[in-house]
Design a protein around this ligand. Structure first.
Ligand code: ACO
Length: 318
């Protein structure tokens, strides 16, 4: 039994912040941001929009695309680092919005790798027969935890949501998933505050040693590509599409180079979306499915790296 992707959806809030706009907020330039990150613009949630609001739009978008009855969902896994509340989980808040009752619903917090972690868990539920139709979401309102006076981070992160619906099927779907973590790197990419108040320094915001994160991300993603191909006895040339976490165009290029993959076979949305953390991979996936680039039967390699550090991949026959 496999879990197959039967529908995808995504949502980006209306408000767009360009690099030019950022020039009037911090000491930066469009040229610096473009050259160092590949980002040209990003979407930001409206003041009254929460992570669950963005997710609901993405999920409804997914349901519509495949005409699936929400009542048939028997598992909800929601990857986010910016939940609406400490509890109930954003998965439960979303479940209530969808008028679904009774099925398990929970959040996963693995920062930018959150969606891959959620996919890994949903796949295992389906493979063991514990679920038949799972809703997997990655959604963030990272703009709420950005220090808008810190030019080294505020130009990177953004808001958005993506969702997939997985179904138990005898046809090939998710071929394998691989997830990892190493907490000894927790200080390189972190927040300065917690809701318990322990070690709090001011209002919660993202802090990052960008250069060190960059180097570790490039090496780690190179290794997970090898691990994924080896586990499936596949060659680099067997991959039709790389769907990477959209953090930085230079990290994406390095992974594509490692795979000897022409850049035309890499889904790149970082220029329009910025880094939307757990939402970035499902947003990129939905974009390339809807614009017709990714077709049924093709082999996709999804990968991500993020705070924790956490990292992971999924090899999928779409
Ligand atoms: N505008 C202009 N100058 C800037 C800006 C900015 N927005 N930000 C930093 N600088 C300056 C720095 O102050 C520094 O100046 P100095 O040389 O006078 O000290 C100079 O630019 C170079 O800074 P570096 O940090 O060395 O620049 P680098 O080339 O490493 O690029 C970047 C920084 C883009 C953050 C890069 O390190 C990166 O992308 N790292 C990975 C970050 C990442 O992907 N994080 C997320 C992964 S995990 C996740 O998604 C949560």
């Amino acid at each position: 039994m496999y879990s197959r992707i039967v529908a995808t959806g995504s949502y980006l809030p209306d408000k767009i912040l360009t690099n030019k706009d950022l020039e009037s907020i911090v000491d930066t330039t469009d040229q610096w941001i473009t050259e160092r990150t590949g980002i040209k613009q990003r979407h930001l949630a409206a003041d009254n929009q929460s992570t669950c609001d963005l997710a609901e739009q993405a999920v409804r978008n997914a349901f519509e695309s495949a005409d699936i009855d929400p009542q048939s969902i028997d598992l909800i896994i929601f990857a986010t680092t910016t939940p609406d509340r400490v509890f109930p989980s954003t998965a439960c808040l979303l479940q209530q919005r969808l008028d679904i009752h009774g099925c398990p619903a929970f959040d996963i917090q693995a920062v930018c790798t959150g969606f891959i972690y959620a996919l890994d868990i949903a796949d295992k539920y389906i493979k063991t027969g514990a679920a038949k139709r799972a809703l997997v979401i990655g959604a963030e309102t990272l703009s709420r935890i950005i220090d808008w006076s810190d030019r080294s981070t505020c130009v990177l992160f953004a808001d958005g949501a993506g969702a997939v619906i997985l179904e138990a099927n005898e046809e090939q779907g998710i071929l394998s998933t691989h997830i990892h973590a190493d907490g000894s790197f927790s200080d390189l990419l972190t927040t300065n505050a917690s809701i318990t108040g322990v070690n709090n320094i001011g209002k919660v915001h993202i802090g990052m040693k960008g250069n060190e994160v960059f180097k570790k991300a490039v090496n780690t993603l190179g290794a997970i590509v090898d691990e994924t191909l080896e586990a499936n006895n596949m060659q680099k040339s067997d991959i039709d599409w790389l769907v990477p976490h959209q953090a930085n165009i230079r990290i994406i290029n390095a992974t594509a180079k490692k795979l000897k993959m022409p850049i035309e076979q890499v889904v790149i949305t970082v220029q329009n979306h910025g880094n939307t953390s757990a939402a970035s991979v499902p947003l990129a996936l939905d974009t390339a499915i809807r614009d017709g680039r990714i077709k049924r039967g093709e082999t996709l390699l999804l990968e991500a790296f993020g705070g924790g550090f956490t990292w992971g991949s999924a090899l999928i026959k779409y």
